[in-house]
Design a binder for this molecule. Sequence first.
Ligand SMILES: [Zn+2]
Ligand SMILES: [Zn+2]
Length: 345
Amino acid sequence: MTLDQIRALVEELAGPQVRSALSWLYYNLIGPMLAPTGLHWLWISCAVVFAYGFFRLTVGAGPRTERSFISWLVPREVFLHASARLDYRFYVVNQLVLMHLRLGSLVTAIVGFLFAADATKALLTALLGASQGQATPSIAILIVFTLLTLMANDFGRYLAHYLQHKVPSLWEFHKVHHAAEVLTPITGYRSHAIDQMLDMGLRLVMAGFIGGVFGYFYPGGLAELTILSFNAVAALIYYPVVLLQHSHVRLGYGPILSRMLISPLMHQVHHSLEKPHWDKNFGFTFSLWDRWFGTLYVPRSDEQFQLGLPVGSGRFDTVWSLLADPFVRAFKRTWRPRPAAGIPR
Ligand SMILES: [Zn+2]
Ligand SMILES: [Zn+2]
């Protein structure tokens, strides 16, 4: 091959085919891996900053060099644990192979949102008559709308999470998330597609009600305030710590703030193996729902607990067992008589 032929080949490779191949690669392989909102560079940076503050304030004696911070932040026994390695494999399969299923859940959720928004607007029109609303909302209205949209979304998550724990067949799918024996930020994405559908569906239906109410009073339309395309309130109170919810960084908010917001430690307790912690802290952003419905548990900062499910809860050691076994267990739970001793966790 001559030099000219090589150059021609390189030019050809850099042509439209390569560009379209690269774009296919991005949208089908790399894009889905980056899609989860919590893995945005901004939230990764915030998590490291909060973890560093926590490390400086609370981690015991010893030379606190940057090196010891990094080995504390990314401990081998957590990040290379068999459970964490399964999380990574599950993440890749879930994000790539099952993305069409995820798309299906997105479509379901969007339809649910539009239905809820339209039904709410139609109800208000029937009750109050045709909208006499204003075309442009003020900034104060936009702030309220942004906050209420986040709250409605979070309440939908709470409801879905409550059902995932209390309905035996749904619990079989949710167990996939709870079977993790160590928590890393990738564990946050260890959830079954059925789990995700219910979660996304109820979140958007709830947000749809708020959209419908505001859509009635502001027929000109309004959009939530955003910071880097994230809901602005969530960007201030939720996303900066979201990656610590699934981590070994036991960041708590103290007894007062914990009555308003879910701290990373409160979600870690939600994963506890200890019985007093079961079915507590279903919320993700606000702890109001847990407080109002009696499921709040504010742990002490030194409270010790193991993570995972009791022995005999099922098989959770391969990606296939995480994906397929819940269907079998849910079927058995639904169609076979329950054991006399009650439902095992
Ligand atoms: Zn749960
Ligand atoms: Zn979790």
